[in-house]
Design a protein. Structure first.
Length: 475
């Protein structure tokens, strides 16, 4: 076995790839123990509350250990990969989990430079999977668990609970359903000895820890295996019929979206106004622009003209482009428009924004919209692209929906929902004719946008879409 010196080992910690993030899920490892890595090489992909991000390693060396498997959520600042930068011999992946961690702990005194900022972790200590039973419990359920895990040596068993119960300041590793189970059973996860891969606490570990509390009587009679499993299984409210139900852990983008929407809905008083618009002329202009050589290679659709109409309406009514500063009790009017476009992706709803959209020409806006949508659908949107939005458009019409009452993105004062464009009977020049019609809905924060201002903005958007030539005169 090759012994690694403290000076030759580097730990790459989970960075804060966005502002204020506390954790990220490891989606995929691109390297394995024994692989040679170079400075700047991408070693894994993680999903944060904002986006999926590839992490480059800032060292040259040989991978010695992957601290967590794919699918694990890791706190920012926690070491996730160990690299030997001393140019040592071939690694010993099998020996690393048991021999390497102990001497590595003292070197957490200094930070190693990375390409993105670190959060601060209290310690780099983590639990290691152990072979054999960690605790000898006299109840029948613990005895069954011991049979499943194999038999280890008796002297090592009492030491495990003390090690895991020590106040290391590190969050125990467990899946969300296991955390809920522990909460329902009243089990403190910091006292549970993990037996899963890479120190992850399993459902069986929680049951084993809860067994002494649920069935203290069998302690004097370990030979009665038939009575103990009943209380344990009866006390699991999280159990369900897997053939009829599917449970999906709430994490990553979906978790962040849920928290943001709840916070917005119960912080900003929402008001939504609606208008039905004849967009026949707008649809004709879309077809004309598709033939314009200035738009060659660009994606031209109704959303482009709707976005431009919103930007013109904001220019005419600048107070709509603002935010509420609760701490200072001020309304912050912004002289720039970072236009957010809600995009449905496999990872959930993302709202990247076009920076300084107010300064872009129509072809430039078309190019930015195309890049934004394609990047979001590929799951490559960066956290920076989703920060700093000032106003948002959500196009529910692509799903065949007439309209909706959208919820504001936190920190914004308005969001425009665009409904499906349909051929409908419409009174045009005194006669009923088939016309292309849609419904727009504008939600706004009533603390800083009153009914008059909201109505003016929505009316301006509608007027431009009915007579798109106004884009030339009003812009």
């Amino acid at each position: 076995m090759t012994t690694m010196t403290e000076a030759s080992v580097r730990e790459f910690k989970m960075p804060d790839v966005g502002e204020g993030l506390t954790e990220a899920e490891i989606l995929k490892w691109y390297v394995q123990p024994g692989d040679q890595v170079t400075d700047g090489q991408v070693v894994c992909e993680v999903e944060t509350a904002k986006a999926a991000v590839e992490l480059p390693i800032p060292y040259d060396g040989v991978v010695r250990e992957l601290r967590f498997p794919e699918g694990t959520t890791v706190d920012v600042g926690t070491p996730i990969i160990t690299v030997d930068v001393g140019g040592g011999g071939a690694p010993a992946p099998e020996a690393a989990p048991e021999a390497a961690p102990e001497p590595e702990e003292p070197k957490a005194e200094g930070r190693q430079p990375v390409l993105v900022g670190y959060g601060v972790a209290a310690t780099s200590t983590r639990r290691r999977p152990r072979k054999g039973p960690e605790v000898q419990v006299q109840s029948a359920s613990a005895a069954i668990q011991s049979e499943l895990n194999g038999h280890g040596t008796a002297p090592a068993a009492p030491a495990a609970p003390a090690a895991t119960a020590a106040p290391t300041g590190q969050r125990p590793l467990a899946k969300p359903p296991v955390r809920k189970l522990a909460k329902d059973l009243g089990v403190d996860l910091t006292t549970v000895v993990p037996t899963g891969p890479d120190g992850i606490i399993t459902r069986e570990d929680v049951h084993a820890a809860a067994a002494p509390r649920q069935a203290p009587e069998p302690v004097a009679a370990p030979t009665a295996p038939a009575e103990a499993p009943a209380p344990a299984s009866a006390a699991v409210p999280a159990s369900y019929d897997t053939a009829r139900e599917t449970r999906i852990p709430v994490k990553g983008v979906r978790k962040a979206t849920a928290a943001a929407m709840v916070g917005s809905a119960f912080t900003a008083p929402h008001v939504t106004e609606f208008v039905t618009v004849d967009v026949t002329r707008t649809m004709k202009l879309v077809e004309e622009l598709k033939q314009d050589k200035e738009f060659t290679g660009l994606r031209v659709n109704p959303l482009l003209l709707i976005a431009k109409a919103l930007l013109v309406a904001i220019r005419r009514n600048p107070d709509i482009n603002a935010s509420w500063d609760e701490a200072s009790q001020e309304i912050v009017v912004k002289h720039y428009v970072n236009l957010g476009i809600a995009a449905a992706t496999p990872r959930g709803l993302l709202v990247p924004n076009i920076k300084d959209a107010q300064a872009k020409t129509l072809p430039q806006l078309a190019e930015s919209l195309g890049e934004l949508v394609s990047t979001a659908r590929e799951g490559k949107t960066s956290p920076a692209a989703m920060q700093g939005g000032t106003v948002t458009i959500t196009n529910v019409g692509v799903f065949g929906v007439d309209t909706g009452t959208p919820i504001l993105n936190p920190g914004e004062s308005a969001i425009l929902a665009v409904g499906a464009i349909k051929l409908q009977p419409w009174v045009h020049k005194g006669k009923v004719k088939p016309r292309q019609v849609t419904t727009l809905a504008l939600s706004f924060d009533h603390r800083l946008v009153d009914g008059e201002l909201g109505s003016k903005v929505l009316a301006d958007i509608a007027a431009i879409l009915e007579q798109p030539k106004r884009l030339m005169t009003w812009a």
